[in-house]
Design a protein. Structure first.
Length: 210
């Protein structure tokens, strides 16, 4: 009950951070602990632990989270996911040509860091032991959380053009680059929507939705 009562408050706080003109990456990161299922590809059975700015030789990984998961075959195992974060105020893509956009410097930086951190942590015995991981294959790439619905594309485009160019650029990246490695690219609005979904489920369980 207490957790459900906190949902509207969390939603409003995160929305305020997303709408802020200041960079709010660190503050937004604190809300990920409330939506752990969003950060796992498999069904999450039991949440383990999470760590912000996990230190490695390559740098500090923004967010790692572990838990007991169950795959489509019903097999349960402990898995840990590595995520890289950028502020909601960062653009995801920027103008390249009239009919094409390119990844922003912030997105390129996030991709580079994510790949390096994942590669190093996967081979770190200390990391495996800290999170109780039996095999390095259970260290997984989560993805990148960056920008918001108002920061999809920068440049001299109409709003309709921005939506179309973003959809195409994301589809191409998902198909040709991210898909093979299971990398998810999402905005902070996707995280925000999770709180709305939680509130709807809580309201339905109380018989408040028609």
């Amino acid at each position: 009950m207490k957790e459900n009562n906190q949902v509207p408050e969390n939603y409003n706080k995160l929305k305020s951070l997303i709408d802020s003109e200041a960079r709010t990456e660190d503050a937004c990161r604190e809300f990920l602990k409330h939506v752990p299922t969003l950060l796992f590809k498999e069904t999450l059975i039991k949440l383990g632990s999470s760590d912000c700015d996990y230190r490695s030789h390559s740098g500090d990984s923004d967010y790692v989270i572990s838990g007991i998961t169950r795959d489509t075959c019903g097999i349960e195992r402990i898995r840990v996911y590595v995520w890289e974060l950028k502020a909601p105020q960062c653009y995801i893509f920027e103008e390249d040509t009239k009919n094409r956009v390119k990844p922003s410097n912030e997105l390129i930086d996030a991709e580079n860091k994510l790949l390096h951190y994942y590669d190093e942590l996967k081979g770190s015995q200390q990391f495996l032991e800290k999170f109780g991981i039996a095999h390095s294959d259970n260290v997984c790439i989560g993805g990148i959380i960056i920008g918001c619905n108002l920061k999809l594309v920068s440049g001299n485009y109409s709003e309709e053009e921005k939506r179309m160019l973003f959809a195409r650029a994301k589809r191409i990246r998902d198909t040709c680059l991210y898909g093979s490695f299971g990398i998810k690219l999402m905005t902070w609005d996707t995280v925000l929507d999770q709180f709305r979904s939680i509130e709807k489920v809580a309201s339905f369980s109380k018989g408040k939705l028609s």
